[in-house]
Ligand binder design. Structure first.
Ligand SMILES: [Zn+2]
Ligand SMILES: [Zn+2]
Length: 438
């Protein structure tokens, strides 16, 4: 049981730094996700960047935040905003972000609440805190700065998912950029992030030491695989995350395989509608709009049954943790012509990981053998190793903080290459305060 005691159990230092800037990871320093970053100067001007949780089993939460007036939420994934309602409810914290992020946040929080109730995990905030959080949003357009004392803050497109932002902090002595989750490559939904000239760069290092396969080759492999399944009379079940991946997959299928009969189920349907209302966040509004009217949206039990005879089903949960994808799997599993195509990371202790390791999945609480073939594809919208390094070079930052990363497998590769470029590298651990000079 996590017990936060607002203002009393935070380990964050109560005094401001003597000079320069302090940064401190409540979470997300030496791990992927679970992000909460404090930045403060000697005048007690401070902010928190993201406040999420890790949707593991059981979930992981960042350490308790100190009292803070302003939170900047980079994007609407739960590992970056899952704990934001706690901030607003306890500290009256204002949440800054793009309008699309604010709109999707309610769905993400509701979903988070629902999952914690079903799986009986404690959540440090209550359902009514979602309403308080929704009222705490102050939305900003990309590239439109606002002031926080003598800091000028602005949001810049991060790629990754629609509405995702990088935060730039212009102070009288230093320019600082936080990437949040980012990608410089275009995806079907979003255009890649553009570098900014700064002194200090906080960069996510999820893919340190790993490069992505060529996007066209991976897409071809994916499409060929689907054709093989369809040719033998089967259905391809594609578990996909609701926020970004579902729409990316549908857009690919519409563009390259419009002859297929594709059905879409889960929360991704509502998110697509919201994305379409925010053309400023999309690479090609028209392409999403056409792809979305082309695919069949499942909305009833009879739609679900029809989908079982289609070519492709794209559905949440992306990690086979409940949701309609489990309902489909339970029916499709008896016919070995069907197949499961994974399009995203399968976290530890999830149905998807269990299936990949042991050919078993928990279906409605019952451990079930799955004999279907499965295959995985890499459609990540995080920068790969090469993109991370190129981005840091183009930002010309003299100091780089590598976070949102595995400290053993991923970060050392980035540390090494950045250091060889003459950059001062910080590898933050959670719970430790670091100082940046003016
Ligand atoms: Zn993340
Ligand atoms: Zn993300």
């Amino acid at each position: 049981m996590v017990l936060y005691n607002p203002g009393r159990t935070s380990n964050y230092p109560s005094e401001p730094p003597e000079k320069g800037f302090r940064f401190h990871y409540l979470g997300g320093g030496n791990e992927v996700g679970n992000v909460g970053i404090m930045l403060e100067n000697q005048n007690k001007n401070k902010l928190i960047l993201d406040y999420g949780l890790a949707p593991t089993h059981p979930p992981k939460y960042p350490s308790e935040a100190p009292k803070v007036k302003n939170a900047i939420i980079t994007h609407s994934h739960v590992d970056h905003l899952g704990m934001a309602p706690w901030l607003s409810a306890n500290y009256n914290t204002t949440l800054h972000g793009t309008e699309l992020t604010s709109q999707i946040s309610r769905l993400m929080w509701n979903d988070c609440y629902k999952i914690s109730s079903i799986e009986k995990y404690p959540l440090p905030w209550d359902k009514r805190d979602i309403d308080i959080a929704m009222e705490s949003w102050k939305t900003h357009n990309f590239e439109k700065p606002w002031e926080q004392e003598d800091w000028k803050l602005s949001l810049h497109k991060a790629g990754h998912i629609p509405g995702a932002a990088m935060l730039k902090v212009d102070t009288p002595t230093k320019k600082i950029l936080f990437t949040g989750d980012f990608d410089t490559r275009d995806s079907p939904l979003t255009s890649g992030a553009k570098p900014q000239k700064v002194d200090t760069l906080f960069i996510e290092g999820t893919y340190g030491g790993r490069n992505h396969p060529d996007s066209k080759e991976e897409t071809d492999r994916f499409l060929e695989h689907i054709e093989t399944i369809v040719d033998r009379g089967g259905t391809a079940l594609i578990p996909a995350f609701a926020n970004g991946r579902t729409q990316d997959i549908v857009m690919k299928l519409h563009k390259f395989a419009p002859h297929l009969d594709v059905h879409v189920d889960g929360m991704g349907k509502r998110i697509a509608k919201m994305q379409l209302e925010h053309p400023e966040t999309l690479r090609d509004h028209n392409a999403l709009s056409k792809a979305w009217s082309w695919c069949r949206k499942v909305s009833s039990k009879s739609d679900k049954k029809k989908a079982l005879n289609s070519d492709v089903i794209v559905s949440t949960s992306g990690m086979l943790q409940g949701g309609p994808s489990i309902w489909y799997l339970n029916r499709l599993r008896h016919d070995l012509r069907n197949e499961i195509l994974f399009t995203g990371y399968q976290a530890k202790d999830t149905g998807g990981r269990k299936l990949q390791n042991e050919n078993k999945v928990s279906i409605f609480g019952k451990e079930t053998d799955i004999e279907l073939n499965w295959e995985k594809f890499s459609f990540s919208t995080h920068a790969g190793h090469k993109e991370i390094i190129d981005f840091a070079k183009e930002c010309q930052a003299k100091e780089v903080v590598v976070y949102h990363t595995d400290p053993n497998e991923a970060r050392p590769h980035l540390e090494e290459e950045l250091t060889s470029m003459g950059v001062k590298v910080y590898s933050p651990e959670n719970g430790i305060s670091y100082n940046l000079n003016d």
